[in-house]
Write a new protein. Structure first.
Length: 768
């Protein structure tokens, strides 16, 4: 267990000493904070009182007021029932003075000193009132403010007013006016009494009731003496006063002695000096350089008080030319339409004289433009001409010796130098046709069109024109039947010619041209082929033994075969007609019939491998057999596949093919056979000695399009196909159709291949 030990005496004394120091420092801090708070409170009170004193001065014009007056007037509230106290020492502030002054448009107030009390109330003090000195107008109806730097050109009547504008003219108040020149007045107003020049302060003191007083002063400047001209020097643009110039100036110096000072200088062509002239401001030397008018110039001076000189000073300004030509004109030589117009420009300048001229289409030129045409300077009339070939506005310009530019203009509208304003030539169609209608159109709104025509010449025609009275537009038509280039020409009233062209290549008046074919042989000829731009083309033929060209009306056949006789020569003609009806008749050729001979008759020969009958004949005229394939259908055997193996049902089959009328068909055939199966035999015999044998058998099935040809009914016998297109009766091999595959119906009037056939009763069919 540890021993507990207390503080020693020395430690206790030291601790108490430290605590006392800390307490002392805390008290000092607290007191300092309290003083600062009280001081800030006092400053806030003073600021409030100064603000309300400014408002009091603005409302009453009184610039000296006590705190007590602000309380009794209701501008501030007291801390108790009567007083406002200083927060620092708790003393009353009621008898402290606050002074206000007007600065920059507002009252600024300053808290002042204590005037003390007597018998419980503040001592008496003078209440300063803020007043202004003003200037009455002529009928004394208003009194206006004015600047202390303002100069007056005559005596004025001064008054006094509050700053809010109310005029002070109560005769119960005491007014005391005084001035630097000794003048005084006891009226609410005072009129200055200056005979020439006066500059000094005027003061008025006003005593009101209730110890209110005011004093106001104003600097008054009066100048009743007019200024005078000291000197003048005239100079031109080049510094000389003797040469011609656009303008000249005078350097004029003036003086107002000890008055208000020179304000401006004027020089011009007037009869007398006035206050409302446009005076030129002077520089620090009270001088100005002024442009002078030509001739007499009266010089006037005005000072800052409005006094102006009497106008007795004059300056004569010679050799000034500021206006250019005295007169200038521009005229044209004709008013009717023409290819060109001549302009004549005239002008005169009797002052500095004309030195250059020019004609332009622009409405502005400069003095240094290089397009000026210079001439010897002259004061006489000048005359120059200019030829124009287009309409527009033209200008005639002249320049005088000092650079003045003058102009005259004229608008030209009667020039017609270009011919037609618009011209066209069109066709009524672009399709092939036998004739085309051309339409020419043109406009000329100037001199007008007087003649026109449509030609094939690219040069202006000398004759053949269609004449009309001058028109602004024309339309011409012409029907043509030949291809080529055509021109539409017009000529206007002043002789301008214009044209346009159109190439026509869609006219077709020619018949077709034979290009190939038409080879003639005995009894026939090949087709003749014609070409033409207008399609389609129709071709007709005609065969004759005459050598004369036949009439087109008889060439109407489309057949390319003809009959002939022995020993005659045959001529074959063709007529080709295009879509427009143009036709051509040509002879294709001729052939001699030769000795008498026979061309033979076509008869059935065989069936082609495509299933159509082929006919043949022997032509003794040519000595050869001729063949032709017909459209009659027949059966052509194409062969059969190999027989299949013998099957367990003792049958074997194969498929056969044939063509009929260009189409391939097929059918199945079967044959009886003897099948002997082996121990492991299949459909083609066993593997251990199986065997098979066969015999012919009838077909057992046909495709859907197959029909057996053997029909037995009341009107037909059992027929079979014998070949060569012949059916015949046969009750043996064909009794159950056998191998017959040809469809042969020999019923009465049966329609077979487009012909009616019937049984002839002798084993074949015949055509009805």
């Amino acid at each position: 267990m540890k021993n507990k030990k207390g503080f020693t005496l020395t430690e206790l004394i030291a601790t108490l000493a430290v605590l006392s120091i800390i307490m002392g420092m805390a008290v000092a801090v607290i007191l300092n904070v309290r003083d600062n708070v009280l001081k800030q409170s006092y400053e806030n009170v003073v600021q409030l009182l100064e603000t309300e004193a400014s408002r009091y001065a603005e409302n009453t014009g009184i610039t000296t007021v006590t705190v007590e007056e602000l309380i009794t007037s209701g501008y501030v509230l007291p801390d108790d029932e009567t007083d406002i106290y200083n927060p620092v020492n708790n003393e009353s502030l009621n008898c402290y003075i606050i002074n206000s002054s007007y600065e920059n448009g507002e009252y600024i107030s300053t808290f002042g000193e204590d005037i003390g009390k007597s018998e419980g109330t503040c001592n008496i003090y003078e209440k300063e009132v803020d007043l202004l000195i003003c200037k009455y107008n002529e009928d004394m109806s208003s009194c206006e403010d004015f600047d202390s730097d303002e100069w007056f050109g005559n005596n004025i009547t001064l008054g006094v007013k509050y700053r809010n504008g109310d005029i002070l003219n109560d005769e119960s108040y005491t007014y005391t006016w005084s001035s630097v020149d000794g003048a005084s007045s006891n009226e609410p107003f005072m009129t200055t009494n200056t005979s020439l020049i006066s500059q000094g302060a005027y003061t008025v003191k006003v005593s009101f009731e209730d110890n209110k007083v005011s004093q106001a002063s104003k600097e008054i400047k009066i100048d009743m003496q007019p200024p005078v001209i000291v000197d003048s020097v005239i100079t031109g643009e080049d510094g000389s006063s003797e040469e011609w110039a656009k303008e000249k100036s005078a350097a004029i110096t003036a003086s107002d002695y000890s008055g208000s000072g020179v304000l401006g200088i004027y020089a011009g062509d007037i009869t007398e000096c006035r206050k409302d002239l446009e005076y030129i401001d002077v520089d620090d030397n009270q001088s100005a350089t002024i442009k002078l008018a030509e001739g007499n110039n009266k010089v006037c001076i005005i000072d800052k008080a409005g006094n102006y000189s009497d106008g007795s000073y004059n300056i004569t300004n010679d050799k000034v030319d500021g206006t250019g030509a005295d007169w200038i004109h521009l005229e044209k030589d004709k008013n009717t339409y023409a290819k060109n117009v001549t302009l004549t420009g005239t002008a005169q300048d009797t002052k500095s004289g004309i030195v250059a001229y020019q004609f332009t289409t622009k409405n502005d030129v400069s003095e240094n433009d290089n397009s000026w045409i210079t001439i010897d300077k002259t004061n006489e009339e000048i005359r120059y001409t200019y030829n124009v070939t287009s309409n527009g506005t033209y200008y005639f310009w002249v320049k005088d010796a000092v650079g003045n530019i003058s102009s005259a203009s004229i608008t030209i509208e009667n020039v017609d130098a270009v011919g037609a304003e618009s011209i066209s030539l069109t066709s009524n169609t672009s399709a092939y046709t036998k004739s085309v209608t051309l339409t020419g159109r043109a406009t000329d709104t100037l001199s007008g069109i007087v003649k026109y025509q449509i030609t094939t010449s690219s040069t202006k025609p000398s004759s053949g024109w269609k004449s009309v009275s001058a028109r602004s537009s024309v339309t011409a038509t012409k029907s043509i039947t030949s291809n080529g280039t055509y021109y539409f020409w017009i000529e206007d009233a002043v002789g301008n010619a214009s044209s346009t062209s159109l190439k026509v290549n869609n006219i077709d008046n020619a018949g077709p041209t034979l290009s190939s074919g038409g080879r003639v042989s005995l009894g026939s000829f090949t087709a003749a082929v014609f070409t033409d731009v207008s399609t389609p083309i129709q071709v007709y033929y005609y065969v004759t033994t005459s050598t004369s060209t036949p009439s087109a009306s008889v060439i109407t056949s489309t057949s390319r075969t003809f009959s002939y006789s022995c020993g005659n020569t045959y001529y074959v003609w063709a007529r080709a007609i295009d879509a427009l009806g143009n036709y051509t008749v040509v002879r294709l050729g001729s052939i001699y019939g030769g000795d008498c001979c026979s061309v033979g008759t076509y008869r059935y020969d065989y069936c082609s491998n495509r299933g159509y009958e082929v006919e043949s004949r022997y032509n003794s005229c040519t000595g050869r057999t001729e063949y032709r394939t017909t459209t009659y259908a027949c059966e052509y055997d194409d062969g059969c596949d190999s027989w299949g193996s013998c099957k367990s049902n003792n049958k074997k089959t194969r498929t056969c093919y044939y063509y009929y009328g260009g189409r391939e068909y097929s059918y199945s055939e079967r044959k009886s056979c003897t099948y002997t199966g082996g121990s492991s035999g299949g459909s083609s015999g066993g593997s251990s000695g199986g065997s098979s044998s066969s015999k012919d058998d009838y077909p057992t099935s046909y495709e859907a399009h197959r029909e057996c040809s053997n029909l037995s009914n009341a009107s037909c016998s059992k027929l079979g196909y014998r070949g060569g297109g012949v059916c015949e009766a046969n009750s043996g091999a064909y009794s159950v159709c056998g191998s017959a595959k040809y469809i042969c119906y020999c019923c009465n009037n049966y329609d077979y291949l487009g012909q009616k056939i019937k049984w002839n009763g002798k084993g074949s069919c015949k055509v009805v």
